[in-house]
Design a protein around this ligand. Structure first.
Ligand SMILES: [Zn+2]
Length: 126
């Protein structure tokens, strides 16, 4: 179980609601035909508000990674792997790798979930 409950706001609420059904959704801009992560009020490419939410495949590759050996605060149990995962939708997601101690760049990974105590979940990859 993840030790903390992430805060949600009006912009990120649809993402968190989808995690209750274990669906990974990210924003999609219908003006410039691009996905974006993390949730924002406007498109980072064209600055419009024409954003909708789309469920994504949950497939990606490791872009970069590091192993954390020292807990940043109480509740985290090192060692654990943090990675930039390039989703097949061409969006980078900063996440955690589970079940992979020594990842390699370009290694294929798939979505998994880390449960939160309130029914939501964090998207992780393995
Ligand atoms: Zn756009």
């Amino acid at each position: 179980m993840f030790p903390y409950l992430p805060q949600e706001d009006a912009v990120s609420a649809p993402f968190w609601a989808a995690t209750r059904e274990r669906k990974l959704v990210i924003q999609y801009c219908s003006t410039c035909d691009q996905h974006q992560w993390y949730p924002r009020a406007i498109c980072i490419s064209c600055a419009t508000e024409n954003l909708t939410w789309r469920e994504v495949s949950g497939k990606g590759t490791v872009d970069s990674w590091t192993t954390v050996h020292r807990a940043p605060t109480e509740g985290f149990v090192p060692p654990y792997v943090i990675a930039r995962v390039l989703l097949s939708e061409k969006v980078i997601m900063l996440t955690r790798l589970v079940g992979i101690e020594s990842p390699a760049c370009d290694q294929a990974v798939e979505l998994s979930w880390q449960e939160l105590s309130d029914g939501r979940a964090l998207p992780v990859f393995g």
